[in-house]
Design a protein around this ligand. Structure first.
Ligand SMILES: C[S@@+](CC[C@H](N)C(=O)[O-])C[C@H]1O[C@@H](n2cnc3c(N)ncnc32)[C@H](O)[C@@H]1O
Length: 288
């Protein structure tokens, strides 16, 4: 059977997970093609491994996420290895990565030699992206899951970047560090299983999703930051947050950290999904 025949055969099947994007991705992967246009060039060739493709289609139609089937996920401008030990990178996290990068440029310049820490790194996407952007910086990625760190290490190797990986709870693995300029984190923040899509609940690691109460890890990070840990001249803390957390986080910051400056930012749907904190009034522009 040719790729063309398979493409139109699959398009006729009525299944919520079998759509144009997932069909294209599986066919591109099967042929080892670069992109959709490369697939089109080979559209009338025989499928390279139809058995493998059929097994993948079975997994997809039964609800397994495409990224776990392919073994990789696209993030900002590149592919990262993923498996069920790590969360599949989300579009909001791409926004966090890019916006953290632009804030770092505003605060520390284009090629800074600073220390950046990614807490709860999962597949390593945030730390690796920032290290690629700021090669002179030292990047430390932490996670409580050894299995997630294994994937993050492979991703760092595949992206040819040197990163320090440390295992442990939140800030504990970096408690001996000093002069940290940037902390970036997308910690678990989902309150209840009811608010998660069935597919996510079934396939993605619960350790990466849930926090009780939802604010738990933000509080833990903010309350355990010792003065000695951070660059006291200027630092940036960048968080992805749940869409209903602005009020609670504002309370936390106003009550305990009156000296810090902070701003919330929205995602493409207009939902408040990011929190940025800095310590230097002269640098308020960097928050915008
Ligand atoms: C929402 S995922 C984020 C993964 C990745 N940074 C991303 O944005 O796709 C949260 C990550 O925090 C890790 N984690 C959960 N509890 C933790 C803890 N107590 N200390 C450190 N990491 C933790 C999970 O293993 C998971 O990799």
């Amino acid at each position: 059977m040719t790729y063309r025949e398979k493409f139109f055969e699959l398009k006729k099947i009525d299944n919520q997970y079998l759509n144009q994007t997932s069909i294209k991705s599986l066919l591109i992967d099967n042929g080892g093609f670069v992109d959709f246009f490369d697939l089109l060039k080979h559209f009338d060739e025989q499928i390279k491994d139809e058995n493998v493709l059929n097994i993948q289609i079975k997994r997809l139609t039964s609800g397994e996420p495409l990224q776990y089937i392919l073994g990789y996920a696209y993030f900002v401008n590149s592919n990262y290895k993923v498996n069920p030990d790590v969360l599949i990178p989300r579009q909001e996290t791409e926004q966090l990565a890019v916006s953290t990068m632009t804030k770092i440029v505003k605060l520390f310049g284009r090629d800074p030699k600073i220390k950046i820490v990614d807490i709860g790194t999962g597949s390593g996407i945030l730390g690796i992206y920032l290290k690629e952007y700021f090669p002179k910086s030292t990047v430390i990625c932490t996670d409580i899951s050894s299995k997630a760190l294994e994937i993050a290490k492979i991703n760092a190797k595949d992206h040819h970047v040197e990163i320090e990986f440390k295992k442990g709870n939140m800030l504990e693995p970096i408690s001996n560090e000093s002069n940290i300029s940037v902390i970036v984190s997308n910690p678990p923040y989902i309150r209840s299983k009811e608010s998660v899509a069935e597919q996510t609940l079934k396939y993605e690691p619960h350790l990466a999703l849930f926090a009780d109460p939802a604010i738990k890890y933000y509080k833990e990070i903010l309350t355990s930051i010792d003065k000695q840990l951070l660059n006291d001249n200027k630092f940036l803390i960048a968080f992805e947050i749940g869409e209903d957390m602005e009020e609670e986080l504002t309370d936390l910051l106003e009550t305990n950290y009156s000296g810090l400056l902070y701003s919330f930012d929205k995602d493409m749907y207009g939902k408040t999904r990011f929190l940025y904190i800095i310590n230097n009034k002269e640098l308020t522009d960097a928050l915008n």
